[in-house]
Write a protein that binds this ligand. Structure first.
Ligand code: UFG
Length: 348
């Protein structure tokens, strides 16, 4: 699990000083995007699911030192110290556990980590007088949506403890801002993040066998796993396999910059989907990755995975309207950048 970090605009306006986390997959890409946008950032990460050399790679990519504190977002005393040491005006909070399957086995661990982490962070922010937060939510809050593409107005429905932890997180933030309007939150519902940084130096590198499709396919392409199991081909989708809205992690990172900048500029809360609006099936992903790596990747049809839904696809108008967000990268970009990254990671 990773945590938070902090930011200041380079122009020296101390009040413009947001905070975000991370050395993890999305956090590290967001760090770069924030730096490119002119923010100073402090990372807090417990390196539970991030590699120790990510800060070095971020330093290499930005040609600047990286401020990274190793610690846990559930440590309130540590957070107080971070807020005391740095002039933080906002936080981007990624730190969470994210496996649906694990959450079924360890529901309390998930609630304690995801909800407990958020509450500890909010309390520290309150003590520090910092009331701007971007929150990592997920399409999982839609449960089994009856409408695709799915708009933000669709009802929330928890299918598992992971989903419940994200719904509760959103509700806490909504409740807080309704009670005290000096808070402002950017709630970002990610669809399926995929791909890696164009430099080949950053990407997803799960410590265990991946449960998500794209990193699993990548390991098959590397020859580390024998074949892809396609979980079900009898869904009500064009080829019968599950459809998801895959979004390039660099586009997703850009969404965080827009959200943070909007919170700082106008102090108004927003809740948006971050996706492309376009769905791709499991078979399409295997075919696109096969093109990227230059070999036909082996797969077999397996039974449905319990808890999976047929289709997740984002309605994207609201993010465009409120934040000016749109995606730039294609599925081919996601597969190509992932392939470059995993080959680099394998030789490091
Ligand atoms: N799939 C396979 N084989 C695999 C892995 C996945 O066929 O080995 C299929 C799944 O059945 C699904 C699709 O590929 O149809 C995508 O599965 P992922 O595990 O990559 O992603 P999910 O959509 O299940 O979940 C991800 C995140 C969640 C988040 C959700 C939002 O893991 O945290 O996206 O869309 F909530």
């Amino acid at each position: 699990m990773s945590a938070l970090a902090q930011t200041r605009e380079r122009d020296g306006n101390g009040w413009q000083n947001p905070s975000h986390r991370g050395a993890g997959y999305i956090g590290s890409h967001t760090y770069l995007a924030l730096k490119q946008a002119g923010y100073e950032v402090v990372i807090l990460d417990n390196f539970g699911n991030a590699q120790a050399d990510v800060p070095d790679r971020l330093a290499q990519l930005t040609n600047a030192p990286v401020t990274c504190i190793t610690g846990d977002v559930r440590n309130g005393a540590l957070l107080d110290q971070v807020f005391a040491d740095h002039d933080i005006v906002a936080v981007v909070h990624f730190a969470a556990l994210k496996s649906v399957g694990d959450s079924m086995k360890m529901p309390l661990t998930y609630l304690e980590s995801n909800l407990g982490g958020l509450l500890t962070l909010l309390a520290a922010m309150e003590r520090a007088g910092c009331r701007r937060l971007v929150f990592s939510s997920s399409a999982t809050v839609y449960g089994l949506p009856d409408q695709t593409p799915t708009p933000e107005t669709a009802p929330r429905q928890a299918m598992n403890p992971y989903g419940k932890s994200k719904i509760l997180g959103e509700e806490v933030l909504e409740h807080l801002v309704a009670t005290d309007p000096s808070w402002a939150f950017g709630i970002l519902r990610y669809f399926n993040p995929a791909g890696a940084h164009g430099s080949g130096l950053l990407g997803e590198n799960p410590k265990d066998t991946p449960s998500n499709l794209m990193p699993f396919v990548a390991k098959v392409a590397l020859g580390e796993l024998p074949l892809v199991q396609v979980f079900g081909n009898d869904y009500p989708t064009p080829d019968g396999t599950g459809v998801r809205d895959y979004i390039h992690v660099e586009d997703l990172a850009h969404g965080h910059v827009l959200s943070l900048s909007a919170l700082i500029a106008d102090g108004k809360s927003h809740l948006v989907n971050l996706g492309t609006g376009q769905g791709h099936s499991v078979l399409e992903i295997i075919a696109a990755y096969s093109d990227a790596c230059g070999q036909d990747l082996p797969f077999e049809i397996a039974p449905r995975r319990p808890g999976d839904v047929p289709v997740y696809c984002a309605e994207t108008e609201k993010a465009k309207e409120l934040l000016g967000f749109s995606t730039r990268k294609s599925l081919a970009d996601m597969c190509q950048s992932s392939w470059t990254w995993v080959q680099n990671a394998a030789t490091r």
